[in-house]
Design a protein around this ligand. Structure first.
Ligand code: SAH
Length: 292
């Protein structure tokens, strides 16, 4: 089905192990890429959290499964590298994209630690997946239509003051902000503090979307605002998307415009003082687009 990966594979001697680092998307099979599904189907060993293993269980017949809890990442990454080095086809899976708060970085750290070089066994394959801001964004409308960033509120591996600095910077620079790991059973204070910081830079009516378990059985979507979103349930399967000052709500959708109407009217005509293909002309006094 996928000619490109077939070509790559046919050059691989059978004895060389492969390590595929696979993002499986948000949950439902149709939101995983065909390349990700192929990599899992062709693996001898599949490594991942119990939840992610469950999401792809129909692909796992006859395979060795290494499933562990949340706190055993280092051991799991090392085991995956070791097995692949010894000739197995190993797929290590993360939800969303494996490179976004996933296992990919850790796997590279393990490879660096053991002195692996390009061309050594195992052969590495990176399979991208749809990350949570994309899947959750699609359920909300088009919240990422302009500059956005992702911030994880988990302070288990990152000092909280560093996270605060990033929230502050993103809020003051008017980014749409996708908050990953906003809260868990024990960890509930961070999202409250994040709200306070962002609120200092944005109106209380700024749209906020909460998406729990996108494209999974328990999917739940709430569209609310910066002043009220903390009244809703926010847990470890929720992504919070906070709008910028330009984000608006229309027909129950959350939209961040790209800025076309700064330059064109609805008939597609260029506004006075503007030129297509050139930087937006600004009123020198106000720094606002020259539209009024
Ligand atoms: N690698 C993943 C992110 C892992 S961090 C990715 O690229 O999406 C875990 C966080 O991701 C969760 O706390 C939640 O904020 C977000 N997340 C992952 N899958 C999600 C889903 N299906 N629905 C909503 N949020 C999700």
């Amino acid at each position: 089905m996928d000619g490109r990966s077939d070509t790559a594979q046919s050059q691989t001697p059978a004895a060389t192990g492969t390590l595929s680092i696979v993002g499986i998307g948000p949950g439902a099979r149709e939101h995983a890429t065909p390349a990700a599904i192929d990599a899992i189907s062709q693996a001898d060993v599949v490594v991942g959290y119990t939840t992610y293993i469950r999401l792809v269980k129909e692909l796992l017949d006859g395979k060795e499964i290494v499933r562990t809890g949340m706190t055993e990442e280092i051991g799991r990454a090392r085991a995956a590298v070791e097995r692949a080095r010894n000739g197995a086809r190993v797929a290590i899976i993360s939800s969303g994209d494996a490179g976004v708060y996933g296992m990919a970085g850790l796997v590279f750290q393990v490879l660096k630690e053991i002195g692996w070089k390009r061309g050594d066994a195992p052969e590495l394959r990176m399979l991208p997946g749809m990350t949570a801001v994309n899947s959750c964004g699609s359920l909300l409308g088009a919240p990422l239509g302009h500059d956005f960033c992702a911030i994880s509120l988990s302070d288990q591996l990152t000092p909280w003051p560093a996270i605060v600095r990033r929230i502050e910077a993103a809020a003051s620079a008017d980014f749409v902000i996708g908050l990953y790991n906003p809260a868990s059973g024990r960890r509930t204070r961070q999202i409250v503090e994040a709200q306070e910081i962002i609120r200092r830079h944005r109106d209380g009516s700024t749209p906020v979307g909460l998406v729990k378990s996108a494209y999974r059985r328990r999917q739940h979507v709430v569209l609310t605002d910066l002043d009220t979103f903390l009244e809703y349930e926010i847990g470890m399967n929720t992504t919070v998307i906070v709008g910028s000052t330009n984000t608006f709500v229309f027909a129950g959708y959350m939209i961040t415009p790209r800025g076309y109407t700064n330059k064109y009217n609805w008939d597609g005509e260029v506004l006075p003082g503007q030129r297509p293909g050139y930087s937006l002309a600004l009123d020198s006094a106000t720094n606002a687009p020259e539209v009024d």
